[in-house]
Design a binder for this molecule. Structure first.
Ligand SMILES: [Zn+2]
Length: 315
């Protein structure tokens, strides 16, 4: 009796495949597998892009009705966004001018020192100086950054509210962060603006070792910089003002008030006719002293020099 193997055709097919596979190069098998996996991945990605497009289009098509559902908040956010977009070019210009968004190549010791004293080193190595103009630029940047942060948070809030009203398909595939921007009709680039960053970077001559101190420029950092340079401006402004206030008339009046007598040693032009008398700030200008009669005294040049060597020059 002849035994017919079950599913004779199938086993022949499998045998055939095994023979083909045996003859095939291993490399070809790997390549075929790789191509199949790649094809499936591309297909999935393609479908995802397609679905995202469909979902985003749904939102764009229904923008008006979605906007109406959250009208109060959406209107406010839209107006805020428009305002920010108007100011964005000035903001980027100021950031550029202040030089606080850059990679600064320097020695490794500067990198180390900068990490211990952000404010001082930022002022020293950026374009920031002690001018009123710089203060104003920084003021503008702080306002812009705070407004932007608030706006971005409001938009995220709005995103949650709008998402609740979307069909599941749209909710899953639409570009989530962009939803409120699409509904409000505000440029999505506002969501992508990040704080500037100043990097102190050291690269060794051979390029083998690198060290950096990256400082994110937050409104808080800018406020500290502002405080530091206002102090400097105040100091130099005060000093200029007080030095200008010292007129010849005032000098003469103080000497006359003190009866042409040194307030320290008591020497006077009556005792020494050629004695050189000077008018001195009791609290020096550099320490906040003012050019006012009650802060001025007559000193002979000797006593004034002695005071000078102890502290600093006076008028
Ligand atoms: Zn004296």
């Amino acid at each position: 009796m002849k035994i017919i193997p079950p599913c004779g055709n199938d086993s022949k097919l499998i045998d055939g495949m095994i023979i083909i596979l045996r003859h095939m190069d291993r490399k070809i098998i790997v390549l075929t597998l790789f191509i199949s996996v790649a094809a499936v991945t591309i297909l999935i990605l393609g479908l995802k892009i397609l679905f995202t497009k469909i979902a985003n289009n749904y939102i764009k098509r229904n923008r008006d009705s979605l906007f109406k559902d959250v009208e109060e908040r959406a209107t406010k956010n839209k107006n805020d966004g428009i305002k920010l977009l108007k100011n964005i070019s000035v903001y980027t210009e100021y950031i550029e001018e202040l030089g606080i968004n850059q990679e600064y190549e320097c020695s490794s010791s500067i990198v180390a020192n900068a990490s211990n004293n952000h404010i001082k080193y930022l002022i020293k190595y950026s374009n920031i100086d002690s001018s009123e103009y710089c203060l104003e630029c920084i003021d503008f940047c702080i306002c812009f950054m705070n407004a932007l942060k608030k706006f971005q948070a409001n938009m995220k809030n709005l995103q949650v509210r709008i998402s609740r009203r979307l069909p599941w398909f749209v909710r899953i595939f639409a570009t989530k962060e962009a939803i409120p921007y699409m509904v409000c009709g505000v440029d999505y680039k506002l969501a992508e603006i990040e704080n500037p960053e100043f990097s102190f970077l050291y690269v060794s001559p051979a390029g083998r070792s690198k060290r950096s101190c990256d400082i994110e420029i937050t409104p808080n950092i800018l406020k500290n910089i502002q405080a530091e340079i206002s102090k400097k401006i105040e100091r130099s402004g005060h000093s200029k003002l007080q030095r200008n206030a010292m007129t010849n008339d005032l000098r003469e009046a103080i000497k006359k008030r003190d009866n042409y007598t040194c307030c320290i040693c008591g020497n006077s032009i009556y005792k020494e006719p050629n004695l050189l008398l000077e008018v001195d700030h009791i609290i020096p200008i550099s320490k906040g002293g003012k050019t006012e009669a009650n802060n001025l005294q007559t000193l002979c040049w000797r006593c004034n020099r002695k005071k000078f060597t102890k502290s600093e020059p006076s008028t």
